[in-house]
Design a protein around this ligand. Structure first.
Ligand SMILES: Cc1cc2nc3c(=O)[nH]c(=O)nc-3n(C[C@H](O)[C@H](O)[C@H](O)COP(=O)(O)OP(=O)(O)OC[C@H]3O[C@@H](n4cnc5c(N)ncnc54)[C@H](O)[C@@H]3O)c2cc1C
Length: 306
């Protein structure tokens, strides 16, 4: 039998939606998650209400899942690889485990994946002293010796944003991607140090904080903070695309701003895969909004409203 709702993606958006839906005590809801995603990478979110010292993505996810399970939400580990709409309007999903799932409504909360080169020592610093989002963590680098590790124009654009928060900034173009002459000139005008050399490793201090960025040519850059901007992020809108939902030119899923329903009836979207600022709190808010409107749709489906 079809579930009332399947949430694809058990990150921040999916978990918040699950908690909201579970609290109606009325629906059979399954979260399908393959356990990766940006929230598994961030060692500390610093900009969330109630967590002034920060909380890790892993801990937030653990607590979110526990809270969702306590209100009757079920979880399964799988990666949904195909999605289609049946003639009766229900959705048919197939996972890479070979399992099939059916639901009256679905929420796409599949997020975005960052392109993070395999630099030894990098991943374990993410969110604690090496950041990705200037809106989230520009504050953390204020007046600090900062090394921006990036590629080409993506890195150059980030360098110009970060220069507003610290004057002690070096941009290392890790994979020698080209930088437009206009951006190069802007870096020069802003007096941002620029190095074109691959990064060999990140060395951390006792608390796992970035301390040195070692380049392939042996140069050692001291760093109190780091940032990354390699470009080439992947938006996980493949399932929305298969269902025929409208995508924006940058690959994110468009939706009604009030309800978060996509252009396909019965399909909602929330979090980084949708169009917005790519922040944890925004993902939570969108998860809640989508869940409230899924609830309205399910009530109607069950004949509880006119
Ligand atoms: C290093 C780093 C630091 C960050 N720091 C901050 C910060 O300080 N403050 C802030 O507000 N934001 C920060 N962010 C951004 C924040 O993590 C995201 O905005 C947030 O995780 C978005 O939540 P989401 O649920 O949309 O996506 P995610 O948290 O990425 O969750 C998506 C989930 O969907 C699953 N999934 C994807 N496709 C499928 C599929 N086909 N089938 C099944 N499951 C699937 C993934 O496994 C994942 O669990 C940071 C991100 C990174 C990477």
């Amino acid at each position: 039998m079809a579930q009332d709702c399947i949430i694809i993606g058990g990150g921040i958006a999916g978990l918040q939606a699950a908690i909201q839906l579970g609290r109606y005590s009325a629906y059979d809801v399954l979260v399908i998650d393959d356990g990766v995603g940006r929230s598994t990478l961030c060692r500390k979110y610093h900009n969330i209400l109630g967590w002034p010292q920060g909380i890790s993505g892993e801990e937030l996810r653990r607590r979110g899942r526990e809270q969702a399970e306590s209100v009757g939400i079920r979880f399964t580990q799988d990666r949904v690889i195909t999605a289609a709409r049946n003639d009766d309007g229900t959705m048919l999903l197939k996972g890479e485990t070979g399992n099939k799932y059916e639901a009256a409504t679905i929420l796409l909360a599949t997020g975005v994946s960052d392109r993070i080169p395999d630099i030894p020592g990098l991943v374990t610093t993410l969110g604690s002293s090496v950041y990705i989002c200037p809106d989230c963590d520009g504050y953390e680098i204020e007046g600090k010796l900062t090394v921006l590790m990036g590629a080409g124009d993506s890195g150059a654009n980030m360098a110009l944003i970060l220069a507003e928060r610290t004057s002690m900034l070096t941009y290392v173009n890790h994979d020698a991607s080209p930088i437009s002459p206009k951006l190069m000139e802007q870096l020069r005008l802003e007096k941002i140090s620029y190095i074109d050399e691959p990064i060999a490793e990140i060395r951390q201090g006792a608390e796992g904080q970035i301390e040195q960025v070692v380049l392939n040519n042996g140069t050692v850059l001291l760093a109190e903070r780091g940032f990354i901007a390699f470009g080439g992020n992947q938006v996980h809108s493949e399932l929305a695309d298969q269902l025929g939902a409208k995508l924006s030119p940058n690959g994110h899923v468009e939706s009604d701003p009030r309800s978060k329903q996509t252009s396909i009836e019965g399909v909602w979207v929330a979090g980084d895969v949708a169009l917005h600022a790519e922040q944890a709190t925004v993902a939570m808010g969108e998860g809640s909004i989508a869940a409230i409107w899924i609830h309205k749709a399910l009530r109607q489906r069950k004949g509880l409203t006119k």
